[in-house]
Design a binder for this molecule. Structure first.
Ligand code: DHB
Length: 361
């Protein structure tokens, strides 16, 4: 495992925090779910808040037996690193000169820091800006992309959550999300301009804007506290196909990005790695490349479902400057539909908690 950043950076960088049912099951099966089961917060619903009212999407009714777990992505990263080190794994951090070679042969290898690592296979799990995807020759990949005219400003605050479940709020001032990490730590996001300068957002302004976008239903008061982390998340949809070239297999953000609404990023990465693990085990047990050859196709079904869902949730809840009056009314009509029709609510719920593995094949 070769990582550009330090272990400290990987373990502290705050990312999303919603694990699908299948992700939790996968981590538990892989024996890295002990702390997740102890500290994670199981949630059986979310609230959609707009037009002066809150509407609960009830997972227990719509998708019985399936739920999400609120647990920070960097906590998953900590658990994975600890488990690998305990198993005697060789993890290298702060490695900044990795290059991939001969990936279209049976003898691919990596070079870094004057060393050479010969490989059977290479898993490119190095994110959107990593070296793996650009190592594939020009003309092999087809790329699909969509940009959004806004970003998310995210904060972590030392304050008890003001609600028991996540609140996705659509307002005329823009989108806001109330999430959490523990009974003492809350997480919030605000829709801001794509090129937003975080220096323009002192703590007082952030709380005032969160209050303006969340205190929109009778009796709801947002508790405030010390802000302990602040950052701006860009919004992008991106897919590169296929997710394989020779002996290099791309997984997670190296192959695809979703906008954060619905928190699919980590969940998709876990689904990719689960598929790749199955294919590699099959190859070492039987000598057959069949599952490895089908890796990209198998992953892309779920990738595109999550692409659609993330784009849809983003479109449903954000304010677009370019919105004409007609587009605005369509958005409100769809929100009314999702919060009144059981069929529409179930569509949201089954995608939100994650479709079962194998159901998309
Ligand atoms: C969180 C992030 C998301 O993108 C989301 O849709 C829900 C929750 C979070 O960080 O808690």
């Amino acid at each position: 495992m070769l990582e550009l950043r330090s272990r400290d950076h990987a373990e502290k960088r705050v990312r999303a925090g919603v694990l699908e049912q299948g992700t939790t099951d996968t981590l538990v099966e892989a024996a890295v779910g002990e702390r997740l089961l102890r500290e994670g917060l199981p949630h059986r619903g979310i609230e959609l808040r707009y037009g002066g009212a809150g509407h609960r999407i009830a997972f227990e009714k719509l998708v019985p037996g399936r739920a999400i777990t609120v647990y920070g992505q960097q906590e998953v990263v900590k658990d994975l690193i600890a488990a690998r080190l305990a198993d005697g794994g060789d993890l290298r951090f702060d490695v900044d000169d990795v290059a991939l070679h001969a990936i279209d042969t049976d003898h691919p290898y990596l070079t870094f820091g004057g060393e050479r690592l010969d490989c059977d296979f290479i898993a490119g799990c190095d994110g959107f800006h990593g070296v793996s995807r650009p190592s594939i020759p020009e003309g092999v990949l087809t790329e699909y992309e969509r940009e959004y005219p806004f970003a998310w400003l995210g904060i972590l605050a030392r304050v008890k959550p003001s609600a028991e479940e996540l609140i996705y709020a659509r307002t005329e001032r823009g989108f806001a999300l109330h999430s959490m990490r523990s009974p003492e730590i809350s997480r919030f996001y605000l829709q801001v301009a794509a090129d937003e300068d975080i220096a323009e957002w002192p703590d007082d302004r952030i709380w005032a804007e969160l209050k303006a976008r969340l205190e929109t239903v009778p009796g709801f008061v947002l508790a405030t506290g010390e802000i302990i982390d602040k950052g701006v998340t860009p919004m992008r949809s991106f897919v590169a196909e296929p997710m394989q070239y020779g002996r290099l297999f791309l997984a997670g953000d190296a192959a695809h990005i979703v906008p954060p609404t619905g928190a699919k990023g980590l969940n998709l990465a876990v689904a990719d790695v689960r598929q790749l693990t199955k294919a590699l085990v099959h190859r070492y047990e039987t000598g057959s490349d069949e599952l490895l050859d089908g890796y990209s196709k198998a992953c892309l079904k779920r990738v595109w479902r999550a692409q659609h869902f993330s784009w849809w949730m983003t479109t449903l809840l954000h304010t677009f400057d370019s919105d004409d009056a007609y587009g605005h009314r369509l958005q409100l009509s769809y929100l009314d539909y999702v919060t009144s029709s059981e069929a529409a609510a179930r569509t949201l719920a089954e995608n939100y908690v994650g479709l079962p593995y194998g159901s998309l094949e």
